[in-house]
Structure formats: structure tokens, C-alpha cells
Design a protein around this ligand. Sequence first.
Ligand code: NAD
Ligand code: G3P
Length: 325
Amino acid sequence: MKLGVIGAGAWGTALAQVAARDDDPVLLWAREQEVADAINRQHQNPIFLPGIPLSNAVSATSSMEVLGSCDALLVVAPAQHLRHVLSNAPVCEIPLVLCAKGIEAGGGRLMSEVAREVCPDAPIAVLSGPTFAHEVAKGLPTAVTLACEDQGLRDRLVMRLASPAFRPYGSADVIGAEIGGAVKNVLAIACGVVDGAGFGQNARAAMIARGFAEMTRFGVARGASPETLAGLSGLGDLVLTCSSTSSRNFSLGVGLGQGKSARELLEDRRTVAEGAATAPVLREAALEAGVDMPITRAVCALLEGAGVEPVVDALLNRPLRDEGL
Ligand SMILES: NC(=O)c1ccc[n+]([C@@H]2O[C@H](COP(=O)([O-])OP(=O)(O)OC[C@H]3O[C@@H](n4cnc5c(N)ncnc54)[C@H](O)[C@@H]3O)[C@@H](O)[C@H]2O)c1
Ligand SMILES: O=P(O)(O)OC[C@H](O)CO
């Protein structure tokens, strides 16, 4: 199966490295010519994944046309750019493996919903899980969820991507896999705030557990299986992203917790913190679905400029209740 990758940020580059085999090279589309040139000439991506040597079997291009020769594409453009990037891809019947973690602003569509609108004839899969790109690209052991309703395609993708250090677990639950990845980014901002404001590790554990309850309520309302949400793409990724400054979302939260503004923290950056764009869309989607998401609302308030103290006070002074979901 000849694979192409759309998007040469940190994650697209790491996935190209995972998929590259000496006898099965991978074509990586980069939006930036300088990134494509660096990958082809130096076998590195100094802008988005610096310091990690890449396989000679990864070659880059800034032309979408050549992707038409691939048997499947890993789509790794950030969530808010997916629609535009896919609509320029000349490849709308090739299986698409969606790897971005977010919800589209202006309508609240999941990545699979965007892809089905733009490429109605393309079979869809989702790859998601606890995966810091720099660790994956270095070949450190990693496991992911690979969700696709078509079991034959799912099995082929799992076999093509698997290696001793990269272990995809198959699932038929596309919606569950993508909701876990999108929601955990918002919750990681909340955990970063806890860290930045110095609220301690008990508070962070509480945030992860109650955040997971929030993710599960929302996911189930949108048709996800609770089992998927408790797996790699949900709880697994939530634990990873809520525990490390390697996460851009967690780091954004640390800055907010220290009293910096979202504008200051987000301006002039070339890398994405998807949770910042997903949080307000998720708040809307939760409202529409009749699902209570107090942590998500708190993150939105902080991103919109509210102070840490009143937001945390409001969160802690809600009426007491039984645990459950
Ligand atoms: N980095 C990780 O460890 C990691 C792991 C798993 C999933 N992801 C997800 O992968 C997706 C991509 O993130 P990343 O970390 O590879 O990106 P990144 O932050 O490393 O790089 C930014 C990317 O955005 C692209 N971009 C910027 N402006 C654009 C535009 N106008 N149109 C199209 N593309 C544009 C750049 O070309 C680049 O590919 C995100 O949804 C992220 O949540 C990231
Ligand atoms: O750096 P973040 O916060 O975008 O997280 C990266 C990955 O999604 C972790 O699984």
C-alpha cells in the first residue's frame, strides 16, 4: 500500500517516518517549500520537528498533484485547515486516514464530517492516541487507535503502519476515536492552568477524572462508544496530554494559569494548540446536545480573558452532587 501524508508539521513528519520502509517509500506533502526542501536535502524537518533525522524513504513535495498516485493518505493538516487543504487535494476517492485532533469552528463538525462533505467518495479512517510526535519519530514505543468502519481497509491500514515500536489497535468507532482526541486538548489546557496557578497534583488528578466524565458525557451523546473513550484515543491521550509540558495545549494552560493572556500566548506561533480553537466550538456543541461541560466552559472563559481566580471559584462553588457521569 503506497502511502502519502498531507501536512508536514511535527505529527505528519513523525507519521511519515513511521510509515517509511526501504521498499515502500512515503511521499510527504508540505505546505511550506522550505520544509519540503529541508526534508529532501537534509532529511530533517528543522521547523516543525527539529533535531530528528528522518528516513531516506521519506521524500517531500509541495505539489499536491503527485499524491494522486498513492493508495491511501494520512491527512495531518490542523483541524481548522482540513476543509481547505482537502478541497485542494486531487485525490477524493483514495482512503483518507484523518489524524488531526479538533472540531471545526463555524458549525462544530468533526473531522470525519468535514472529510465526508469535501470527499464524499473517500473511505474514512481515524488515527488517534497518546502520541507526542518527537517520541514517535525517534522510534519510542507507542500505541494508537485506528478506527474505520470497513474492517478490510482497517486491517490493511493496521498491517501497513504497524511495527514493533508502533502498535495500532483497530476499532470500528470512528466518532469515538475523534471525539477523544478533540476533547482531551481542551481538558489539557485546564490541567495546564492547574499547574501554572500552582493548585497542586490533587487538583490535576481531579481535573483529569472529572474531565474524562465530561468527555464521556459528550461522546456518548454524539454516538461514541464508552469503551473507545476509555481507550488509547480517549483516556490514554487525556492522561498523556494532561501531564506534560511537551503538550502545546498543556503549556498554553500553564501560561493562562500564570495570568498571561491567550492572545499573548498564541500570537506569532507557527505550531498549533488545537484546544484553543476547539474549546468554544465544543461549548456550543455541548449546549446543543444538552450536555453539561463545566471544565470546557471554564477553559473558554479563560481564553476569552477572564481571570483565573473567579473562573476557578465558579468551578469549585457549583452545587455538590453524586459522582457518576
Ligand atoms: N505534534 C504532535 O505531537 C501531535 C500528535 C498527534 C496529533 N497531532 C495533531 O496533528 C495535527 C497537526 O499538528 P502538528 O503538530 O503536526 O502541527 P505543527 O504545530 O507541528 O505545525 C503546524 C502545521 O500547520 C500547518 N499550517 C499552518 N497554517 C496553515 C494553513 N493556513 N493551511 C494549512 N496548513 C497550515 C503547517 O503547514 C504545519 O503543518 C493537529 O490536529 C494536532 O492536534 C499532533
Ligand atoms: O502538543 P499537543 O497538546 O497538541 O498534544 C500532542 C498529541 O495530541 C498528544 O497525543
